[in-house]
Design a protein around this ligand. Structure first.
Ligand SMILES: Nc1ncnc2c1ncn2[C@@H]1O[C@H](COP(=O)(O)OP(=O)(O)O)[C@@H](O)[C@H]1O
Ligand SMILES: [Mg+2]
Length: 290
């Protein structure tokens, strides 16, 4: 996309629709301001507090991994970055998730536009029961994106590292693809609307090691153009793909006998795996817990 400016430009809060602020030009070295600044974030489901007091930053064109035991709130946390928690009636967010300086939970922010800029890929590949072509074209059509649809579809499938495998069968059903291909299609579908950020919730957990490797390679290839947050229960995967890593765990609330997730450590992945500063992180990354 032409005319991308630095991401430090403040966002039009009213509609989150100013296309010139969505992504920095590749190679723009001073565009290192965080994409997200999370401050004192807590999320409740009804009266149950699922995560509490999380503060962290997500840097541009980096892969940030969220790790931690099941139930510590990784998915809950991820959903806060594109207002997917809005779709859960009981969910309530406290604190601030600022995207280029704009609190996503501020009145007037348009969640549809938020989700265009901040796309999501789910644990289980979920292609629509449509053709491969129509899966990728779906978002651009809804968003009334300008440009030649065939080109948009091809470009997206290339970015999703799927083009060569499907270029002769674009009109075939997406449901005929293998699990790994379906997940790359879902990534291509997410990329088709030209987001800045991709949120991935355990995107490889339903895939075999070869399909997993292809997704990891793909992440590496696209990270110069996108900011990626990945939830993974696979620590080797976090170590392989991520630049930054956040370790969450749960604490037990004696009174209510519930568990609340909290952020224990957030650091460069290398540091976190080689020399963690918290004993709980060390126990987890060395496999003694979780
Ligand atoms: N839609 C929901 N309604 C009520 N509780 C939920 C909902 N989704 C998740 N939870 C609870 O919030 C906590 C964190 O869940 P989740 O974010 O899915 O953790 P993780 O992804 O780390 O396994 C868990 O106790 C879970 O049962
Ligand atoms: Mg989860």
């Amino acid at each position: 996309m032409a005319n991308r400016t630095g991401a430090t430009v403040s966002m039009d809060v009213g509609d989150l629709r100013d296309d010139s602020t969505t992504r920095s030009d590749a190679g723009n070295e001073d565009a290192r301001a965080p994409v997200f600044q999370v401050d004192d974030l807590s999320v409740y489901y009804g009266s149950f507090r699922a995560i509490r007091n999380v503060t962290l930053q997500v840097e541009q064109q980096q892969i940030t991994a969220f790790i931690g035991p099941s139930g510590c709130g990784k998915t809950t946390m991820l959903r806060c970055f594109n207002r997917m928690n809005d779709l859960i009636e009981t969910a309530r967010v406290e604190g601030c998730v600022a995207y280029h300086g704009v609190n996503l939970y501020e009145p007037g922010v348009n969640p549809v536009e938020v989700r265009r800029r901040i796309g999501m890929v789910f644990q289980k590949p979920n292609p629509f029961p449509k053709s491969i072509y129509d899966n990728v074209a779906y978002g651009p059509r809804v968003a009334r994106m300008k440009g030649d649809m065939d080109e948009i579809v091809e470009r997206s499938l290339r970015r999703g590292a799927l083009w060569d495998e499907v270029k002769d069968r674009l009109k075939s059903s997406a449901l005929g693809l293998s699990g790994g291909q379906q997940q790359r299609l879902c990534i291509a579908r997410a990329l088709a609307v030209d987001p800045e950020v991709i949120l991935m919730d355990e995107p490889c957990s339903a895939l075999d090691p070869i399909a997993t490797g292809r997704i990891e390679d793909l992440m590496e290839e696209i990270k110069t153009e996108y900011t990626i947050i990945i939830v993974t229960h696979n620590m080797q995967q976090a170590a392989r793909v991520s630049d930054m890593c956040a370790f969450f765990t749960t604490e037990v609330n004696e009174k209510s006998d519930t568990r609340t997730g909290l952020l224990i450590e957030f650091d460069r992945t290398e540091q976190m795996f080689s020399n963690p500063s918290d004993e709980r992180t060390e126990n987890y990354v060395t496999g003694r817990f979780g």
